[in-house]
Design a protein around this ligand. Structure first.
Ligand SMILES: Cc1cc2nc3c(=O)[nH]c(=O)nc-3n(C[C@H](O)[C@H](O)[C@H](O)COP(=O)(O)O)c2cc1C
Length: 169
């Protein structure tokens, strides 16, 4: 792993599952690029790869849910963070319910937020999707959040960075 990839991995981040639904189609993916973006209104920003199948569902439906993963849920992070073989259903066998606009919310998560999509902005090879928090719940008050560092090399991100980084200061 190159130095910059390593540095990015050390930034403290949680692990989330972002879900959306549109016209009977459901999607959910693991995301770590999730952050608070405003106090009033309460906003969340999620950086989404437009290639994710769930991206189109977030935009078409105008809403999404963010489930917060906890320690012990690496298996869920892997399941929702890995591309599906055709015909597979990521949500099969997982306890979930429909949240705002049908977006899947994981029932065994530490907590969840339900968001109304407010705006989108290009962010390099991702898109920054901003959602207004319209609901949410803490489901497990004693749990410790899962962190990005806990996921090791699960996202294979070291291969996504350019082979050499040029300092452009
Ligand atoms: C630990 C981890 C973190 C990830 N973080 C993000 C992220 O912040 N944004 C993103 O768009 N994809 C992220 N991904 C990749 C998606 O979860 C992955 O491409 C997923 O298969 C997309 O699912 P979908 O095509 O069913 O929507 C992450 C994957 C892992 C394993």
């Amino acid at each position: 792993m190159n130095e910059i990839a390593e540095l990015f991995r050390r930034i403290t981040l949680g692990v989330y599952v972002v879900g959306a639904a549109h016209e009977g189609r459901l999607g959910a993916f693991t995301a770590v690029w999730v952050t608070q973006a405003s106090y009033d209104p309460l906003l969340l920003a999620v950086s989404v790869n437009p290639r994710n199948a769930t991206h189109v569902l977030m935009k078409a439906s105008g809403g999404f849910a963010v489930s917060v993963l906890k320690q012990g849920q690496l298996d869920l992070a892997r399941r929702f963070g890995t591309p599906l073989e055709s015909g597979q259903d990521k949500l099969a066998g997982v306890a979930w319910r429909s949240g705002y606009l049908g977006a899947p919310v994981l029932e065994e998560a530490l907590a969840h937020f339900e968001c109304e999509l407010m705006s989108c902005a290009p962010a390099g090879d991702h898109e920054l999707v901003i959602g207004r928090v319209i609901g949410g719940r803490i489901l497990d008050t004693d749990a410790v959040p899962l962190t990005y560092a806990d996921t090791g090399s699960m996202d294979e991100s070291s291969s996504l960075y350019a082979a050499s980084f040029t300092d452009t200061r």
